[in-house]
Write a protein that binds this ligand. Structure first.
Ligand SMILES: Nc1ncnc2c1ncn2[C@@H]1O[C@H](COP(=O)(O)OP(=O)(O)OP(=O)(O)O)[C@@H](O)[C@H]1O
Ligand SMILES: [Mg+2]
Length: 245
């Protein structure tokens, strides 16, 4: 999916969070955004997904169509998927019920077909089957929640994936399993594009970005290739260095 963000300004009440942000992600491209805490990365991901809490100026286009006025549900149906920094839990609704309802909105799939598919994907992610029958993310550990998000990616087959701090909560082995599965998905679906929001290059070592952007004060201030991510990890965002007394 081709995603284009043009002159985006985002505010909440009086607070301006994103300022004149421009980003073009062509079909099949992988982009990464790195930026200090509170600079607006998660806000950008929520705005692309269609959260209604923000005042927005500027354009968000998916495959050259303006999607500013579409709801979260409509954007999901277009194939946009946000892997949350902090996935939410829903009591009273099992993962199985949620995923089946999202994947199979027309009710065409038999329960048997669905079960086979979801169990195969859970095996790939090394998730125990019993998780499917627990309330969605309720009592799940941070890493289990993240895997549950990736399970939805594998099942829903989105065309544009936003990964907001994928590595938070995942141990080294789980991060590797998740990234290898995402890579496989991207190889099998080469028209899918990705936006990776991250603080460290760990995820980018597995999922190699075509472009890396540095974000500061609500806008993109520098763009480059993977070497920019390495430079940021080494030198940080500040020009001054912290000296020990
Ligand atoms: N609903 C809201 N009301 C008020 N302020 C908000 C709201 N949502 C976000 N903000 C503020 O906007 C700024 C950007 O937040 P955001 O979560 O996008 O940062 P971030 O770049 O993802 O940071 P981190 O790296 O810590 O995840 C923060 O100062 C945050 O407090
Ligand atoms: Mg964030």
């Amino acid at each position: 999916m081709h995603i284009e963000i043009k002159n985006l300004y985002v505010s909440v009440k009086e607070k301006e969070i994103l300022k004149n942000l421009n980003l073009n992600i062509n079909e099949g491209e992988i982009h990464a955004i790195m930026g200090p805490n509170g600079t607006g990365k998660s806000t950008l991901s929520k705005v692309i997904m269609g959260y209604p809490d923000f005042n927005i100026k500027g354009k968000i286009l998916a495959n050259n169509t303006l999607i500013n006025d579409l709801t979260i549900d409509e954007r999901s149906r277009l194939g946009i998927f946000l892997v949350y920094q902090n996935p939410i839990s829903i009591s009273g609704l099992t993962s199985s019920e949620l995923i089946k309802a999202s994947v199979d909105t027309k009710g065409h799939k038999s329960l048997y077909e669905f079960a086979l598919e979801v169990e195969k994907d859970m095996q790939k992610l090394e998730m125990p089957k019993e998780m499917l029958h627990r309330s969605f993310n309720v009592g799940f550990s941070g890493g289990e929640r993240k895997k549950n998000e990736i399970l939805q990616v594998l099942m829903l087959k989105p065309k544009f994936i936003i990964l907001d701090e994928l590595d938070s909560g995942l141990d080294v082995d789980s991060l590797k399993i998740v990234c290898l599965n995402l890579n496989k998905y991207l190889q099998e679906n080469p028209d899918t594009s990705v936006l990776i929001i991250t603080h460290y290059t760990r995820v980018l070592e597995y999922i190699k970005p075509d472009f890396v952007h540095k974000m500061n004060n609500g806008t993109i201030v520098e763009s480059g290739d993977y070497s920019l991510a390495k430079e940021i990890e080494k030198n940080g965002y500040q020009s001054f260095s912290i000296t020990e007394e």
